[in-house]
Design a binder for this molecule. Sequence first.
Ligand code: NOJ
Length: 539
Amino acid sequence: MKQYSWWQKGIIYQIYPRSYQDSNGDGIGDLAGIRQRLDYIQSLNVDAIWLSPIYPSPMHDFGYDVADYCEVNPIFGDMADLDALLEDIHARGLKLVLDLVPNHTSDEHRWFVESRSSRDNPKRDWYIWRDPAPDGGPPNNWVSFFGGPAWTYDERTGQYYLHQFVKQQPELNYRHPDVLPAMLDNMRFWLDKGIDGFRVDVIWLMLKDEQLRDEPLNPDWDGINPIGKLQHIYTQNLPGVHDIIRAMRAVLDEYDDRMMVGEIYLPNEDLVKYYGTRREDGSFDECHLPFNFQLLLLDWDARTVRDAVDAYEAALPQGAWPNWVLGNHDRHRVASRLGQAQARVANILLMTLRGTPTNYYGEEIGMENVPIPPEFIQDPPAVNQPEIAHIVGRDPERTPMQWDASPHAGFTEEAVIPWLPLPADYQTRNVRQQEEDPTSMLNLYRSLTKLRRSEPALAVGDYASVDAGAADVFAYQRTAPGANAFLIVLNFGEQSHTINLSEIATQAEVVIATGLKRSGTVSLNALELEANEGLVFRL
Ligand code: NOJ
């Protein structure tokens, strides 16, 4: 049988290091804390851990403002902690993926400190500097994702610099010949250490229009989030960005079995270009996985999701490996978006679709958005845009992991105030409690990941959607030569349905049900599906 790499057959588990486990009583999670929790992580049957940035950073964007690409932030520990974590992860047969943030640095990075020091500094053009417009304002109309203009005026040298996030995140200029080689060296530093890959931050933003032309207004803007006001034709998805990504991939290819997953929010036809060109050996020359965020963004109804899955499958170049994401540190928690009942259905979907699943810590226990009292709000888009903080603020999905019913849910010591608050109900929604409850979300998650790992059809097999005859129901088959076949039937609705799937088989065995109560062989010609029920059948 064909061989698959870990990043194809495995599951990626994202950890937000500030919030997983505090080991030193400062209210912020750290590497030693993650290390203490490896038994748990392994018990989830996941294969790779992706850590959001752990580098030195003044934390204006919680680590996505990197001040040194080749060091560990003392908040999280030191290089010895990282080495020990990596060693333990590898000893368990798991992989470690780091976040790489190449589009921008912190304004405290030595490159920018030099760049801003004078107009003739050799690093001046490592960043994007421009004279003011004739009226003294910013050079063009570009806006920041976090509100306000994408330009900040620097008194010292009388020019503006570009930043599409906070002003402490100046953007590197990949048109300068020395910038990319310097970033590739940062990658080699970690690859030499044995890191298994990178999740690359805003990879589709790395190149900007050379002439810095104004972006046109977006006629479809919903009037809410200012970033949607413009059509980002000069700041995103520029054709030349693919040359940069190809160079990054070439570095990964210098090593064995490493992986690059790119953060890209684009429609299918553009997204799939980030796999690059297919080579003779069947591999591609850009991202191993361009993140597919559709499950985070789509309206949650069976027809929409089925159409999206089918369209994505159809858009993939032959041999390109799919992937699906259910949550991340930038999006509201899936259990809050969909409710607990549908979050279970969503977990079945994620773990049974074709392609690498990425899920976000806490989803396995149905963690919800945590309401953040005003004095705790710290995420820059929420701070900068208080009127839409409830929409754009990301603190609610970044709160401490809920381990048990002890003070602060076992995240930190009792006397310490965690950096973000715990929800009021953590005593009833936590890992310990769910381990004891045979029908918990955690047990559902573990059954799914275990099944996926042991069944080739689910891990790497083909996908085909099936007409279920009810608008609320999405059904599909997974098959692989010489292996058990599976039928997945998901009720996205609040009503029960009786459906006829006898064209697939007359009867089938329930192996997993959302409620973890149903089992045994059932007839498929009058299959009764409860409200919010998902079923995985072995055929
Ligand atoms: C995308 C990251 O996921 C987000 O958290 C961050 O704020 C921006 N990129 C800027 O780095």
